[in-house]
Design a protein around this ligand. Sequence first.
Ligand code: SAM
Length: 420
Amino acid sequence: MSKVKRMDFQRLYSLKEIPATNYLTHGIHSYTAKLIPHIPRYFIEKYTKRGDVIFDPFCGSGTTLLEARFLSRNAIGIDINPLATLISEVKTTPLDIDELSLAIRLVKEDVKNSNRKLTVVFPNIDYWFCKKARNELSRIKFSIESLNGRFSESLYRFLLVCFSSIIRKSSYADPRMAKTYKSKRVIEKVKTGWVPTPIQYFEDSIAKNFEKIKAISWHLTENNNYVKVFQGDARETLATLKPNRMEEVDFIITSPPYINAQDYFRSYKLELWWLGLATPEEVRYLKKRAIGTENISGSNYSAIPKSEYRLLNIILNQIWQIDRKKSHIVYNYFEDMKSIFKEIYHVLKKGGYFCLITGSNTICGVQIPTYKIFSPIAENTGFKLLEISRDEIKNRSLPPDRNHNGGIIKEEWITVFRKK
Ligand SMILES: C[S@@+](CC[C@H](N)C(=O)[O-])C[C@H]1O[C@@H](n2cnc3c(N)ncnc32)[C@H](O)[C@@H]1O
């Protein structure tokens, strides 16, 4: 295995180049386990040139896509979470600022003047939102919808992202936790008379995001590069990209989900429901398809799962002694990632580079050095390992997990491969 380089990616860039992790439109909406922009910036600059096509099969909220487009590259992203693909699209799409100013004025007036009552309903809505929040959120949603068709689709999506960004804050769910749940802290806050003000939050969100989108719009319209985002399963990369004639990319850079650490569908179910991006049944389905899911089928875990990788087998064995199901979850995770490596290998051009950003997590007290397991899997797929670097996580938004199932992820490992 190659020598590991210790890096501090944040220190490589001056404040003029990257003033904060939420600069440009990176801060338009929060997203769990979002990358710091410095890492994709560094590797995109190192391994690609203007006009190249960059692909992220787990694009999340679009950090790599935005950095790619900002650096005059083309970018393609896939993510299974429809909220993630919406944020990615909005973050990377320039808008007509005059049109946007008019739409914002209209939507604000409509929200103030309308007295529509709640019609958005989903399971346990009154467990999550007080009556005032439900009514105000409904009014905002209807006002945004009333603009649909009158302005560009991108502008409508921008308003939806602003709306989405205030949902958690307007609910009883604790905004400090990754999972959607009512904590003692929030219950106490409600007892002391806290009442959410969604219309005010919405106005603040559009004011903040207007400035962000305005600042990048001129820059992004200056080049002819594109960003294309697909909602789908990375295990079906080829089937997604081929019909769109995008099956040959120059560079792949991605940060896959952590094993068992983040349940994106539990985290974002309120936003998905309010925005109408997925019904509760669809959320359940997508959750099963997410990589690293705890939702695995089968109830008999009597046999220790066995892979063709020695280090992985040692880990599976250790976990199985403590929690049989968890050991199968870990096994499934690596099997799924194996099939994704095969898919992305097909879409990368010969000699192209593949940059993988991973954390090491701890399951049942057993440390899993994910990159050490990924490297031989990638090499068996046909990639050649070129370099490994390590960075300490300072800013990545990883809120504490209530059950600490996923373990604390303190550092990031970046491995770069080349397609042979
Ligand atoms: C660590 S996050 C990526 C964060 C991203 N780099 C960012 O900066 O926002 C991993 C992503 O993988 C997505 N994901 C999980 N299973 C997937 C699958 N089967 N296909 C595609 N995306 C998946 C999750 O929805 C999540 O957005």
